[in-house]
Structures are given as structure tokens and as C-alpha cells.
Ligand binder design. Structure first.
Ligand code: FES
Length: 147
């Protein structure tokens, strides 16, 4: 098992479940992996995990919801864990901006591109610039993702 988890978890930490269902047709088998305890990541923070060769960035928004995205920036590959998490700034007019409480972004440390943690899209070019997102579930106080 290649899971990396810095938290001191019980035997649950490396559990995985193989599932084959309609949502996996053509993409192989998906597995549920437990990353950490729900309480290990406070709201407004993120942490990187490694599952096999995949870098996963787990983000908890200010509302307490968890999101999992690829750990590398889609622009030039910076490690997003060294960036920032914040609510997205939006505005209708120049000079008028406020933070959208419904949208959270991770900001790349190299060139400040933003990625919406719910969709993986960059607001500056959502059609071409995006990072992978992963399904997240909280089960009995543990944060699981599907990869
Ligand atoms: S590497 Fe992330 S914005 Fe350039």
C-alpha cells in the first residue's frame, strides 16, 4: 500500500474498497482511500497526500467542506500545497470586489493562477486550464476519496 498519511490514524487509515459500477465504465476500477481524520484538517487549510504516483491535495473550505484536487498546477507544475486557499474574489465592476462565500480557490505559488476546488477550473481560462478533481466523502469522521 502506497498511501501516505501524516496523521496518526488507527488501522482504518489504509483501508480501501474496490468498486466496479456504472460510473467506472471505461475508466477501470475505482478505489476508496482514507486520507485522514476529519479533525486533522481545520477549515481554510490544505494538505498534500500521495497515493501511488498521484499527488492529491485535500482542501477544507471555510464552511468545513472537503475537496480533493490534483496537487500540481496545470500551468507549469508547481506544488499547489505551497500556495494559498481562500474564497474567490468576484466583482461586477472595476474596483468593486467581494469574496464569494460559495466558491473556494487554491492559488498557485508560482504565477498566482487560481483553481476552483469544486470544479478544478481556473476562472481565467476554464475551458483549457483545469486540475483533476476527486470525489470526497466523510465517513464516520474519516475523509475518503475515490481514485
Ligand atoms: S505554475 Fe501555477 S500558475 Fe504557473
Amino acid at each position: 500500500m502506497d498511501d501516505y498519511c501524516p496523521a496518526n490514524l488507527s488501522a482504518r487509515k489504509h483501508r480501501s474498497h474496490r468498486v466496479v459500477g456504472p460510473n467506472t465504465i471505461g475508466r477501470g476500477t475505482m478505489e476508496r482511500k482514507t486520507l485522514c481524520k476529519q479533525t486533522d484538517l481545520p477549515p481554510g487549510q490544505m494538505r498534500q497526500f500521495q497515493i501511488g504516483r498521484r499527488g492529491i491535495l485535500l482542501v477544507r473550505d471555510e464552511a468545513g467542506e472537503f475537496h480533493a484536487v490534483a496537487a500540481e498546477c496545470a500551468h507549469q507544475g508547481a506544488r499547489l500545497v505551497h500556495g494559498q486557499v481562500e474564497r474567490m474574489w468576484v466583482g461586477e465592476h472595476v474596483g468593486e470586489a467581494h469574496q464569494d462565500e460559495q466558491r473556494t480557490v487554491v492559488i498557485c505559488p508560482w504565477h498566482n493562477y487560481e483553481f476552483d476546488v469544486a470544479t478544478g477550473e481556473s476562472p481565467c481560462d476554464p475551458e483549457r486550464l483545469r486540475i483533476q478533481t476527486y470525489r470526497v466523502e466523510v465517513n464516520e469522521g474519516h475523509v475518503d476519496i475515490w481514485v
